[in-house]
Design a protein around this ligand. Structure first.
Ligand SMILES: NC(=O)c1ccc[n+]([C@@H]2O[C@H](COP(=O)([O-])OP(=O)(O)OC[C@H]3O[C@@H](n4cnc5c(N)ncnc54)[C@H](OP(=O)(O)O)[C@@H]3O)[C@@H](O)[C@H]2O)c1
Length: 181
């Protein structure tokens, strides 16, 4: 059973031009427009419902081990050690456990698969999503952690030139989306 048969499960990611998502455990760019897009897209916008941000343990640590986010968002971490998570952060060892936790929660609006690589690959290989929201930063950041996507399956909805605060360079940010075939 796919979670996306029951819930509005979507994948959201930002990559560089070579599908890189991080370098040495860190995202090697700092683009306000991309962060704002993530925050706005994954929030519930005042509806009386919650969104679940599903992520691997390293991504959760990278985010600063936040247990509470604004915008009606709740974190569910996939880890082999959910007992190590602090109170308020949900944890699951498997997709089946994710399903059990979601079933125990009320008023779920959307589930956002937020990475990293193994979690993206898990949901991509299961075909367990309704849409992919992919922001492509059209430059090579030399990433050592990549997720491969079939670029031709995506529709580019818009693009803009933005400044990467880490390098000070201007880069093109392209907003792609795809439905499941
Ligand atoms: N560009 C983007 O859009 C984007 C998105 C997300 C993350 N990132 C970046 O990517 C980096 C981290 O990503 P990552 O790929 O290295 O790691 P990750 O997927 O976030 O976390 C890996 C950890 O997740 C747990 N895990 C993964 N698959 C599992 C499974 N099948 N069953 C049980 N547990 C599982 C394990 O945790 P335990 O070791 O606790 O068992 C594993 O060590 C960070 O720099 C982050 O900021 C970038």
């Amino acid at each position: 059973m796919k979670l996306s048969d029951i819930y509005d499960v979507n994948i959201i990611l930002a990559t560089d031009a070579k599908f890189g998502i991080s370098l040495s455990g860190v995202i090697p760019w700092n683009i306000s427009e991309d962060m704002q897009y993530f925050r706005v897209t994954t929030s519930t916008h005042g509806e009386d419902k919650q969104n679940i941000l599903l992520m691997g343990r390293k991504t959760w640590e990278y985010m600063g081990r936040k247990s509470v986010l604004n915008g009606g968002r709740r974190i569910l971490v996939i880890t082999t050690h959910p007992e190590r998570l602090p109170e308020g952060v949900l944890g699951a060892r498997t997709v089946e456990e994710v399903g059990s936790i979601l079933a125990s929660l009320k008023d779920i609006h959307r589930v956002w698969v937020c990475g990293g690589r193994d979690i993206y690959n898990l949901f991509l290989s299961r075909g367990d999503y309704r849409m992919i929201y992919w922001n492509k930063i059209d430059a090579d950041f030399g990433c050592d952690n990549r997720v491969f996507l079939m670029e031709t399956a995506f529709i580019c909805e818009s693009s803009e030139f933005v400044v990467d605060k880490k390098t000070g360079k201007m880069v093109e940010l392209l907003y792609y989306k795809t439905p499941v075939e």
